[in-house]
Design a protein around this ligand. Structure first.
Ligand code: CAA
Length: 259
């Protein structure tokens, strides 16, 4: 994407060797998300060079993201592009298909080609929380504030956040967090398995550097294949999973032997 296209999508992109950093860059609106941002992230991920091994997602201005742009829920702006009230003129299937498009960047962040890391400081509300959940790993500031606010607005989380939340913290804790729409601090996120590193906000960059170094230390092919195995494990029987392991290992043997 050109710098102009990235700017229209409220994004910044920096690619430094194997690390691509996508920054939500709408700090004046606390990085509230619009369809143009989702389309932009999907396109950035599609266009990444094969050599990229880690994708870092973060927000400009000290906040990860305040979630859905509330203008999209404003009946007075029903004519605006992407306004969800405006879509009610469509039939149910058309709205379901539209949300499928919006979900695409959240799905693409799980691509086994790379490991995605959300760097969360400030607020991660609603779609912001879900964007953090879409990433494989989360490095968070102690005083970060996660909130799955959708139920408090009469909505459900529909940007691919429910499955990774259950996987990370279990069904009961996920239900409690969503139904209450309460704030989960960065410190608590670490305690309940939502975050893989929790540090003071001033140490986030150092923590990201340390994690990126450890994630890129070993063979790209081995790490990608292992990620795929771990991702697919919950949906398989033991016999199916061990077959997948054997199959992946043969590919690794051949790659190591150069054949
Ligand atoms: N959409 C649009 N604009 C937003 C926004 C949002 N979600 N969040 C903040 N902004 C704007 C504010 O309107 C304000 O704009 P102006 O300067 O023009 O008045 C600016 O960002 C700064 O906001 P605050 O002054 O409120 O900043 P703060 O630092 O004091 O508070 C905040 C930050 C706690 C995130 C607060 O802004 C807030 O609660 N925002 C709303 C969060 C929210 O309800 N998001 C929707 C979640 S549900 C969801 O995402 C739906 C879904 O997936 C289906």
């Amino acid at each position: 994407m050109t710098p102009e296209e990235l700017a229209r999508a409220d994004l910044l992109l920096d690619v430094d060797g194997p690390v691509a950093t996508i920054t939500l860059n709408r700090p004046e609106a606390r990085n509230a998300q619009r369809p143009r941002l989702w389309a932009g992230i999907a396109r950035v991920l599609d266009e990444l060079d094969e050599s990229v091994r880690v994708v870092v997602v973060r927000g400009a201005g000290g906040t990860f993201s305040a979630g859905l742009d509330l203008g999209m829920l404003d009946p007075a702006r029903a004519g605006d592009d992407g306004n969800l009230i405006g879509t009610l003129a469509l039939d149910d299937q058309a709205i379901i298909d539209q949300i499928d498009v919006y979900q695409q960047p959240f799905v693409r962040l799980t691509d086994p080609r790379f490991i995605s890391i959300a760097v969360v400081e400030g607020h991660a509300i609603g779609a912001g929380f879900q964007l953090a959940l879409a990433c494989d790993l989360r490095i968070v500031a102690e005083d970060a504030r996660f909130c799955m606010k959708e139920p408090a607005l009469g909505l459900v989380p529909d940007l691919v956040g429910t499955k990774p939340l259950v996987a990370a913290v279990g069904y009961a804790r996920a239900l409690e967090i969503c139904a209450s729409a309460r704030v989960v601090s960065g410190t608590e996120a670490g305690e309940i398995g939502l975050a893989q590193a929790v540090v003071p906000a001033s140490e986030l960059d150092t923590a990201v550097g340390t994690m990126v170094a450890s994630l890129t230390a070993h063979a790209h092919g081995a790490v990608s294949a292992t990620k795929r195995l771990l991702q697919e494990a919950p949906g398989r029987t033991l016999d199916e999973q061990r077959l997948a392991e054997r199959t992946a290992q043969v590919a690794r043997f051949r790659a190591l032997a150069g054949g």
